[in-house]
Design a binder for this molecule. Structure first.
Ligand SMILES: *[C@@H]1O[C@H](CO)[C@@H](O)[C@H](O)[C@H]1NC(C)=O
Ligand SMILES: *[C@@H]1O[C@H](CO)[C@@H](O)[C@H](O)[C@H]1NC(C)=O
Ligand SMILES: *[C@@H]1O[C@H](CO)[C@@H](O)[C@H](O)[C@H]1NC(C)=O
Length: 575
């Protein structure tokens, strides 16, 4: 391009100007985030920062709200709270019979007989009713929805708008031709969501943790958490670098530095009254299908040949849904995906790469999948627990090193040694990075029982480390795997509901947008799939997640030209 410059000086001048503007813009964005980080440290003594408060009524619990935030951080935190604001029932105590009943409720496809074509929008209206069949007058129910074609193993999720009067509208994008079926389910009634919110704010101790302290022949076990109520003496294990809070009650005879491990204490029972428990019943109002009135399918016709060009130009990075399944293969809508069907394709892609997986068991599944599927990648026996790690696998022939480390406390694992408790932010600070380094991060599930502030703080620390890493080594691949949906019973709902995951996922996506990281949309990839929801998704879903990951590192080279040679269905990639 630059070689033509002598001929078209003016064009080149504008190109250069544009490039400079783009650079300055990017620099400014990073700068903003980074100073947000430093201000946190520097401004502490000044009168500028105020104690964290939010506009809404939030019951304060222990110490998270004593975070000192810079003005930028405070503003961000307020906008994050606004983004996850959820409508509440008008009264605190609604009798069960007046709560949302999925069986009496219904959905209806608008214009089900219309001439639908690939790329069109499909709209569905949902009307909620209570157990007496009366229409609900307020919103706040949590719905999940998808369109799917069983014979094509195709699926995609919908986006819900809550009218807050008992009606909801769901928007789908029709992405493949054929007969397409709509499914809508009630995950929790709004009356249940209100209780989940209350538990999040008032009972962050409902999942609790323990540590063993040991010295000589004396050993003691005490309870630990991000904060501990009461006046009993505590050991302060707050992280020196990140400020992430962690406390254990002080053992009676031993000193704090004799702590040797961390483990899941348990989940508290009896959190709800029997009346309240009615809002969480399997087979009644947890993840129950809502019936349709009228047809629940539409026929979608394929696109004609001449329409390809207009599709290519709609290439955009902020699309909903982000992708869909077709023949059980994930098709992201903003970039082409490569399918790594053979283990040798994976080996070739990862040749010379240093790969770090940080987070919870859902990213440990990537480690397990890769070591199982790629024979050259041999797991080393480090004597560590298979669940907790650290895990390591090598392929010395192709110079590949794969690591898994779990994130810092809280972890609901069986036992983690104190020496293995590392915060992701601190780990990132120890990585050189570069074009041969791939870092993938997932953190959500173990933080679902705490107020949102706890999660935001954790992400803020990780983001600060990511921004620094990308500054020193801009070519580093940093990939965030989002949360995923899972199976729910009455108990899991109170600790790990998809609603908790959805709220955290919303926050994570906002906080990590525009800083140059890649996303693997595990949320859509589990919700759109035909298989039942599972905390640990099946291999077919993991395979697709890894195809997305590997496509970031080893993209298809012949980008657009590739499109012209393939069949009609693929054209809808850029719809
Ligand atoms: C609910 O609100 C929507 C949007 O304002 C409106 O179109 C609809 O008619 C309302 N439904 C009922 C039952 O009031
Ligand atoms: C715990 O330690 C951190 C720093 O290590 C300190 O900032 C914090 O105030 C301490 N918290 C309590 C409750 O002692
Ligand atoms: C990978 O496997 C899938 C399903 O078996 C198949 O549809 C696809 O064409 C294969 N892709 C490549 C690149 O081999």
């Amino acid at each position: 391009m630059w070689s033509h410059c002598s001929k078209t000086h003016i064009l080149c001048f504008f190109l250069a100007l544009l490039a400079i503007l783009a650079l300055v813009h990017n620099f400014y964005q990073l700068e903003n985030l980074n100073t947000a980080g430093f201000k946190w440290l520097v401004e502490e003594d000044e009168s500028q920062p105020s104690l964290h408060t939010t506009g809404t009524h939030r019951k304060l619990y222990c110490g998270y709200e004593h975070q000192v935030l810079s003005k930028i951080e405070q503003k961000e935190e307020e906008s994050l709270f606004a983004a996850v604001q959820w409508p509440k029932p008008p009264e605190n105590k609604v009798p069960f019979v007046r709560s949302t009943d999925p069986f009496h409720s219904n959905f209806m496809i608008l214009n089900s007989n219309a001439n639908y074509r690939v790329g069109d929008q499909l709209e569905v209206l949902v009307h909620m009713k209570d157990y007496d069949g009366n229409p609900k007058q307020y919103g706040g129910d949590y719905l999940q929805s998808r369109i799917h074609s069983a014979d094509l193993k195709a699926g995609a999720i919908g986006r819900t708008v809550d009218y807050q009067n008992g009606s909801y509208r769901i928007f789908f994008k029709l992405l493949w031709p054929g007969e397409v079926t709509v499914s809508v389910s009630l995950v929790h009634p709004s009356e249940g969501i209100q209780l989940l919110y209350r538990l999040q704010e008032e009972r962050p101790d409902r999942a609790y943790f323990k540590s063993l302290f040991k010295s000589g022949r004396i050993s003691e076990i005490t309870i630990c958490n991000v904060c501990l109520p009461g006046d009993m003496p505590v050991c302060n294990f707050t992280d020196r670098y990140t400020g992430e809070p962690w406390f254990c009650y002080k053992p009676r005879r031993l000193s704090c530095d004799t702590r040797i491990n961390h483990f899941k204490g348990g989940l508290k029972k009896g959190l709800l009254t029997s009346e309240e428990s009615n809002f969480f019943q399997s087979g009644v109002n947890i993840k129950m299908p809502i019936p349709s009135i009228g047809p629940d399918t539409v026929i979608v016709r394929p696109l004609g040949h001449g329409e390809l060009n207009s599709l290519e130009s709609s290439h955009n990075s902020d699309v909903f849904p982000s992708g869909y399944y077709y023949q059980d293969e994930w098709q992201p809508r903003t970039r082409l995906i490569r399918h790594f069907n053979k283990s040798s394709d994976i080996t070739e892609c990862l040749q010379g790469k240093l790969i770090y997986l940080f987070g919870d068991s859902t990213i440990r599944q990537w480690f397990e999948y890769l070591t199982k599927f790629v024979p050259d990648l041999v797991e080393l026996n480090l004597g560590s627990s298979k669940k907790v790690g650290p895990l390591m696998a090598v392929d010395p022939k192709h110079n590949i090193l794969l690591n898994f480390h779990c994130h810092g406390p809280p972890l609901r694992f069986f036992t983690v040694f104190t020496s293995q408790l590392h915060y992701i932010a601190n780990e990132l600070n120890r990585i050189v990075g570069g074009k041969n380094t791939v870092i993938a991060i997932t953190i959500w599930s173990h933080l679902s029982t705490f107020p949102i502030e706890v999660y935001i703080r954790r992400l803020r620390n990780i983001r600060r480390a990511v921004v620094r890493l990308l500054e020193r080594s801009p070519k580093t691949y940093i990939v965030i795997k989002t949360a995923n949906v899972q199976e729910h019973g009455p108990e899991v709902s109170l600790f790990n509901s998809d609603w908790y995951a959805y709220q955290r996922d919303t926050i994570m996506r906002k906080m990590f947008s525009k800083i140059g990281v890649y996303f693997v949309d595990a949320w859509e990839m589990t919700l759109a799939h035909r298989l039942p929801h599972k905390l640990h998704p099946e291999n077919i879903i993991l395979k697709n997640q890894l195809d997305v990951l590997l496509s970031f590192i080893c993209p298809l080279e012949t980008h657009y030209r590739f499109l012209t040679g393939i069949h009609n269905q693929m054209w809808s990639i850029f719809v």
